[in-house]
Structures are given as structure tokens and as C-alpha cells.
Design a binder for this molecule. Structure first.
Ligand code: GLV
Ligand code: GLV
Length: 337
């Protein structure tokens, strides 16, 4: 009596191997690099016991209704879970695995924190340096004839040495970024969050400040918070107007935390010096978007966790979470609903 599982995307080989070897699941896979069309997804999830998804799939009331009451586990191959309607998942009670009678708990949810922390932190540092030292502009100039001669202030940027780095949302990833930036002789780390996080902050000697102080003092401001109703659009006009004209804004969390019109305005008018974005709204960002016209904005196509090692590790963790959930065992990384 193997469980039925739908996998919404071509999963890296290591994770697929875990599913194959388990012998416990009969899985169907959307075996391409493009998202499964919504209508197809709604059809495919009918009657499944488990769903292994990625961040492009909205797991909402519509999808859960389509799946039906047999769905026990949703495992996402991502650390972010803003694509999952937690309320809806919580609401849907299942037959208890212990008494097989009472309807006593919600659908269980797995996600993939920690295994991607190193890759995301590395990419964030790369994007930060790329933005602050204007590397995209520089390679473009070199290649297209703009390199007339050596010039004293040409392509000058901002350095990390003696700077203040601000972290909005201090978690595992923020700490990992700070640890990597420290050898660049950063003078001070500051952060804000809904409440102080002394255990994490002590690891990097970071000082807890208000949102206003974070904006005012940061030479580099890096966004590391989850997207929630509380963080939706918090990087807006109000924040940018308090930042220094020489400051660099970096976002590797979710596009939704930024008001992009306000960011465009801040970049175009020189209110801040530059921005590096790995995430946007929407994704993909249309090539006609005004942000693409700005020299001081570096845009990456959501690749922060994209190393072979990490994507494979994420797929293994997502597969293991799924299997544990189907067996009614504790998951390696389970989201508390
Ligand atoms: C990527 O953005 C993730 O949430 O894993
Ligand atoms: C730069 O190449 C220098 O020599 O200062």
C-alpha cells in the first residue's frame, strides 16, 4: 500500500533517488524545468497523499480542495513558505494516525532551511560587492568601448572597510552573511527584527536598533526577513528616504518585502546609491520593467541557493521530509503550523 505523491517539478537527482529508493511511494513527476500549468496541477493532485512542490506553486484553498481529504503532507523544496497558505493547511484536519478516528490535526508541512544558508550567504556577498563596486557596469564598459583610459573617479563605488552593515530580519542567513562580511573589515553590524535576538546577534556582535536607525546608519542594508503580511512592502519610500545617498540596498529574501515603485524612485533620483536584487515582483521581472533601465540596479533571477550541492541537498531534505510525514514520523525540518 504505497502512498501516492505528486512532484511538481523536475527535482535534482539526489532527491529523486531518495524517493525511488524508499519503495514507499508511487510518485508522478512534472518532469520539466517549467512550472506545471495550474489546471494540470489541480488535476494531478486529486487523491494524492503527499505533494512535493517548489516555490512557484501556490498551495491554497483551491489546490487543497482539488487534492481532497487524503492529503497528509506538503513538502516544499524551499526555505521560504509564503507560497503556502498556512491558515488553509492548518484548518484542514486529518484522521489521526494514532487513533484512526478523531479528526485532530492539520496537514503536515516540510521545508528546507539550513542546507541552503551557505549558498545564499555566498550569493548575497557576491551581489553586494557586484553592486557596490559596479561590476556589471564595469564589464559592460570594458566590452563596449567605454574604456577610453584609466580615470581617477571613473566607476568608483563604495567599500565595505569601515562600513556599517544593517540586517533587516536577523536569522540563520543574516548571521551567515555577517560572518562572511566581517573579514572585509566591516566596522559595525546592526539589525532590526520584531524583537531582539540576542543569541544570534551575539554570534556576530550585532546591535539591535529601530527600523529608522537601521535605515539611517546602514552603508549596506541587506534584507533577510521572511515575507509575511507584516513585512509586505516594508522597504518603501519611508525607509529609502531615511537612507544615505551613499548606501547600497540588497535583497535576497522575497520581492514582496519591497515596494518596487518606491525603490525605482529612490534609485533614479539618487536617494540611495544602488540596489542588488535576487528577488522581484513579479518573477520573472518583465524585461521592459523600468528597474532594468537603471545602471545602479543589479538584478539576478532568484539564484541565491543555486549551487549544485545546495539544490541537491534541498531536494534530499524535501524528499526525506515528505517520506517522514507520510509515515507519521517527525520530519527533519517541519514547519510548525
Ligand atoms: C528560495 O528562495 C527558497 O525559499 O528556498
Ligand atoms: C592602480 O592600478 C594603481 O596602481 O593605483
Amino acid at each position: 500500500d504505497s502512498a501516492r505523491v505528486y512532484v511538481t517539478r523536475k527535482v535534482p537527482p539526489d532527491g529523486l533517488e531518495v524517493l525511488r529508493k524508499s519503495g514507499r511511494v508511487q510518485f508522478e513527476l512534472w518532469d520539466t524545468d517549467d512550472p506545471v500549468p495550474r489546471a494540470e496541477l489541480l488535476k494531478k493532485v486529486r487523491g494524492v497523499d503527499g505533494l512535493l512542490c517548489v516555490l512557484t506553486e501556490k498551495v491554497d484553498a483551491e489546490l487543497l480542495d482539488a487534492a481532497g481529504p487524503g492529503l497528509k503532507v506538503v513538502s516544499t523544496m524551499s526555505v521560504g513558505y509564503d507560497h503556502l497558505s498556512l491558515e488553509e493547511l492548518k484548518k484542514r484536519s486529518l484522521e489521526c494516525v494514532y487513533c484512526h478516528f478523531h479528526l485532530c490535526r492539520g496537514i503536515r508541512v516540510g521545508y528546507t532551511p539550513d542546507v541552503l544558508t551557505d549558498a545564499v550567504a555566498e550569493l548575497t556577498v557576491a551581489l553586494l560587492l557586484c553592486t557596490s563596486r559596479r561590476l556589471v557596469e564595469a564589464t559592460h564598459e570594458a566590452k563596449t568601448g567605454g574604456w577610453g583610459t584609466w580615470r581617477t573617479l571613473w566607476l568608483c563605488g563604495y567599500e565595505l572597510a569601515n562600513s556599517t552593515v544593517g540586517i533587516l530580519g536577523l536569522g540563520r542567513i543574516g548571521v551567515a552573511i555577517a560572518e562572511r562580511l566581517k573579514p572585509f573589515k566591516v566596522k559595525k553590524f546592526i539589525y532590526t527584527d520584531v524583537a531582539p535576538r540576542p543569541e544570534l546577534a551575539n554570534m556576530i556582535n550585532a546591535e539591535y536598533v529601530s527600523m529608522d536607525e537601521l535605515a539611517q546608519q546602514s552603508d549596506f542594508l541587506t534584507i533577510c526577513c521572511a515575507l509575511t503580511p507584516e513585512t509586505q512592502g516594508i522597504c518603501n519610500k519611508n525607509l529609502f528616504s531615511k537612507m544615505k545617498e551613499t548606501s547600497i540596498f540588497i535583497n535576497t529574501s522575497r520581492g514582496g518585502v519591497v515596494n518596487q515603485d518606491d525603490l525605482y524612485e529612490a534609485l533614479a533620483t539618487g536617494q540611495i546609491a544602488g540596489a542588488g536584487l535576487d528577488v522581484t515582483t513579479p518573477e520573472p521581472l518583465p524585461t521592459s520593467h523600468p528597474l532594468f533601465t537603471l545602471k545602479n540596479c543589479v538584478i539576478l533571477p532568484h539564484i541565491a541557493s543555486a549551487s549544485y550541492t545546495t539544490r541537491n541537498a534541498m531536494s534530499v531534505l524535501a524528499a526525506n521530509n515528505l517520506l517522514a510525514g507520510l509515515r507519521g514520523e517527525p520530519m527533519e525540518k517541519e514547519l510548525k503550523l
